[in-house]
Design a protein around this ligand. Structure first.
Ligand code: G16
Length: 544
């Protein structure tokens, strides 16, 4: 078979963000754009010769063309084995599991996660390493370096591979295994959770679930696990068929974009548990009847109840959260006498902590939670963890959360996002804020006294690497915090995130409305940053 070496020149801006490369589909469809990045990736990991790689996608527009190009390029680099999901599909957690299970050298995941899809939507490529987790800062930097000096890429001349059913195909020197994307993942879940107990609760007719797959990748996973293996009613999984444009929706499981689920959970006849996942299946949102569980509370509650779940019964080595995530998890860790690590935003930063056994559970405010069972956050896993807790405690979701607040106090928490802000304005605002915030220590602002103001930097406790400029933190003496950060996952302009948190121990105040309870801190954040004037907006684009 013919391997072509095609001359090329670098593209500007193939710089990995929070989660490697995300751009508009129109950008990816430019001639040589995808090929350049894939060749740079292979160059950065020492070539493909003899390697085993997992390849999967979340079903979005341009996946099918892209996956065929990647297969031909992998064959041209001499990759020995490629594990590909049927129809190319694999959720991000399932891909992570496969990399680990097959001791692969890594995986290429085609997804822009929760970003919209379609011809005018977003596309992305992620590289995961042999531990199954997102490429480290060092590997991401090496890929970027290679994108800047690319002169040619290599590709095999071959017809498209039929990916529609499980098969083994040889392409030049590469053996391609097309596998069922769901089975291994569902089997892993059965080893962690008490399926008979959950099934018992569901089959007793006492418990209904609504899982919104948002026309994204988790439909087949949730159907197999919830409806087939756990006996949930037919129709439990809604929007279950992955569509290349996610049905025109925005597959981000939050109160704004998962509005169909939110409407169902607000009805008088609402199911007992509502859940949604995102484009590539690593995020989750948990709802009770007319009740929203914030992701920061969710990971704290999972940690506090882990002893009820077979896979975690032997105890937690430690836990971790990203810096902007609320400190609810820290309170659980302190009570249990286990360490709680604070990392920069980005799942990759949990990798070393998980690999070295320092932590068992971790989570983020951005609707992500996971554990050492694989190296990505995991949407369906989080739903099953909740189901296992519910099957043991036999209480409504809301009651479990309220009892948690009563036991640990409540960290009121909100995130205000300003999307598609002009990049220059956002950068200037952050720069000025940085100068300002770092001088505020000891000062009083309203009723609050500033304990510290800094630009967060992280030293990895395993490899000692230092990552700087990870968000501006303003911490007050009562534990309240305001954090300013620019998102690393947007594809258009800048997204400014303002995270606001306040701890209230008194259970009499736990019923307060979140925005109301945080009103004074929100005002401080707005005033300090001048965000409304600078962006010319009346308020945030999305509040979670
Ligand atoms: C990615 C990362 C997460 C991060 C999230 C938001 O998630 O894996 O660790 O919290 O982006 O990042 P940012 O605040 O920079 O937009 P996903 O689900 O988009 O892959």
């Amino acid at each position: 078979m013919n391997i072509h070496t095609v001359d090329s020149t670098p593209f500007e801006g193939q710089k990995p963000g929070t989660s490697v490369l995300r751009k508009r589909v129109t950008v990816f469809r430019q001639a040589r754009y995808l090929e350049n990045f894939i060749q740079a990736l292979f160059n950065a990991i020492g070539g493909g010769e003899g390697k085993t790689l997992v390849v999967g996608c979340d079903g979005r527009f341009y996946n099918q063309e892209a996956i065929q190009i990647i297969i031909r390029m992998a064959a041209a680099q001499g990759v020995a084995r490629l594990l590909v999901g049927k129809s190319g599909l694999l959720s991000t957690p399932a891909a992570s599991n496969l990399i680990r299970k097959h001791k692969a050298d890594g995986g290429i995941i085609l997804s822009a996660s929760h970003n919209p899809g379609g011809p005018d939507g977003d596309f992305g490529i992620k590289f995961n390493g042999p531990n199954g987790g997102p490429a480290s800062e060092q590997v991401s930097a090496a890929i970027y370096h290679e994108t800047g000096r690319i002169r040619a890429y290599r590709i095999l001349e071959a017809d498209d591979i039929a990916l529609g059913k499980p098969a083994e195909i040889t392409l030049d020197r590469t053996r391609i295994h097309i596998i069922n994307p769901v089975t291994d993942y569902a089997d892993l879940m059965e080893t962690l959770f008490d399926f008979p107990r959950i099934r018992g609760m569901i089959e007793a007719g006492m418990f209904n679930i609504c899982f919104d797959a948002m026309h994204a990748i988790t439909g087949p996973y949730a159907y197999e696990i919830l409806e087939r293996r756990l006996g949930a009613l037919p129709g439990t999984v809604i929007n279950a068929t992955p569509l290349s444009d996610f049905g025109g929706g925005h597959p981000d499981p939050n109160l704004t974009y998962a509005h169909e689920l939110v409407e169902i959970m607000n009805r008088p006849t609402a199911p007992d548990l509502g859940a949604a996942s995102d484009g590539d299946g690593d995020r989750n949102m948990i709802l009770g009847k007319r009740f929203f569980v914030t992701p920061s509370d969710s990971i704290a509650i999972l940690a506090a109840n882990a002893h009820l779940v077979p896979g975690y019964r032997s105890g937690l080595a430690g836990v971790a959260r990203s810096m902007p995530t609320s400190q609810a998890l820290d309170r659980v860790a302190a009570r249990f006498g286990i360490p709680c690590f604070e990392t920069p935003t980005g799942w990759k930063f949990f990798g070393n902590l998980l690999d070295s056994g320092k932590i068992t559970l971790c989570g983020e405010e951005s609707f992500g939670s996971g554990s050492d069972h694989l190296r990505e956050k995991d949407g369906v896993w989080a739903v099953l963890f909740w189901l296992n807790i519910l099957a043991v405690r036999r209480q409504p979701v809301e009651q479990i959360v309220r009892e948690h607040w009563a036991a640990f106090g409540r960290n009121f928490y909100t995130r205000h996002d300003y999307e598609q802000v002009e990049s220059g304005i956002a950068a200037q605002m952050m720069e000025e804020l940085r100068d300002r915030i770092t001088t505020l220590s000891g000062r009083k602002i309203g009723d609050y006294k500033v304990a510290y103001g800094d630009d967060f930097s992280y030293q990895d406790p395993v490899d000692q690497s230092v990552t700087e400029h990870q968000g501006l933190r303003l911490g007050f003496t009562d534990g309240s915090r305001i954090v300013f950060r620019l998102s690393g996952t947007g594809t258009e302009g800048a997204t400014l995130r303002i995270y606001i948190e306040k701890y209230i121990a008194d259970p009499a105040r736990h019923g307060e409305d979140t925005q109301e309870a945080l009103k004074d801190l929100i005002e401080i954040a707005n005033k300090l940053s001048g965000v409304l004037t600078r962006t010319g907006r009346g308020g945030p684009t999305v509040i979670t």
